[in-house]
Write a protein that binds this ligand. Structure first.
Ligand SMILES: O=C(O)[C@H](O)[C@@H](O)[C@H](O)[C@H](O)COP(=O)(O)O
Length: 261
């Protein structure tokens, strides 16, 4: 039987942060060893805050270092709004994390959407896809980009990125980045990495905390085969790890593992 997603549960969201940090640093080291950089894509929602808690903490040793200057940060999904708008995932990451990195430790390269194309979601997606093509080499030679790590959230309906349950976008097979004009979670116009890109990543990590997630967690891990988060689990197997607090998985029968790298 194919190996399945790892589910790591912690007593609280605070207790989750050090494990998430170790996991991200191990993915960073693997990416740098493979190609000299760490290519990571992040979602919006509550994730940037948790990431900041994990990554801005002081390192315990030389090995426990976030090598910001070797990071290339992309967005797993983004809302079609100006970068300084309250709904911008870039703006959120900047406020929660990027602005707090501090001086003297190097800065990541951050790839935001093109704010010149906000009125046309298809054009916005095409431009972001071209940016990925430039970054991951030519599409003639690379069928899909391979992110070292995707850091994702999980919505209460089982969506992830801007891939929503039952949406036609789940059937996308060739685009790397797709537009969405009817997101059920506002704002309606967004762009998102597609499911083939998400499941092609070297590693995928979900962060889900709070009792508000427990019903959907039951569905994802027990019954809800077609939910976007469940599709990511199926497509990535053991390359996928969930970092959750106990409140989010209360009553979920899927086996939880002690965290280890
Ligand atoms: O831009 C977005 O809306 C997000 O990328 C979205 O996919 C988010 O990650 C989930 O909705 C989970 O959000 P929470 O972590 O806030 O529950």
């Amino acid at each position: 039987m194919a190996k399945q997603a790892n589910l790591y549960a912690f007593p609280t969201a605070d207790a989750l942060a050090p494990a998430l940090r170790s996991y991200v640093i191990s993915c960073q080291e693997a990416g740098i060893a493979r190609h000299g950089v760490f290519k990571v894509a992040v979602s919006g929602g509550s994730l940037p805050k948790t990431l900041a808690q994990a990554l801005l903490a002081p390192g315990a040793s030389d090995a426990d270092t976030v090598k910001w200057d070797q990071w290339e940060i992309f967005f797993a999904d983004e809302r079609a709004v100006p970068l300084d708008h309250a709904d911008s995932n870039y703006g959120l990451l900047k406020a929660e994390l990027l602005d707090k990195i501090g001086e003297g430790v190097g800065q990541p390269t951050v790839h935001a959407i093109d704010p010149e194309a906000l009125d046309d979601a298809q054009e916005l997606a095409d431009r972001y896809e071209k940016l990925l093509v430039r970054s991951f080499a030519s599409r003639d030679s690379v069928k899909l980009p391979i992110f070292d790590l995707l850091l994702l959230g999980c919505g209460p309906d089982g969506h992830t990125c801007s891939l929503f349950p039952g949406h036609a976008l789940l059937r996308e097979t060739s685009a790397w980045v797709a537009p969405i004009e009817d997101s059920p979670k506002p704002p309606a116009r967004r762009v998102t990495l597609t499911l083939p890109v998400v499941t092609h990543a070297v590693r995928v990590a979900f962060v889900a905390t709070g009792a508000g997630k427990k019903e959907v967690m039951k569905e994802i891990f027990e019954t809800g085969k077609g939910l976007p988060c469940a599709l990511v689990n199926e497509g990535t197997g053991e390359r996928c790890s969930w970092f959750v607090d106990n409140a989010a998985v209360e009553g979920v029968s899927y086996p939880k593992r002690p965290f280890s790298l």
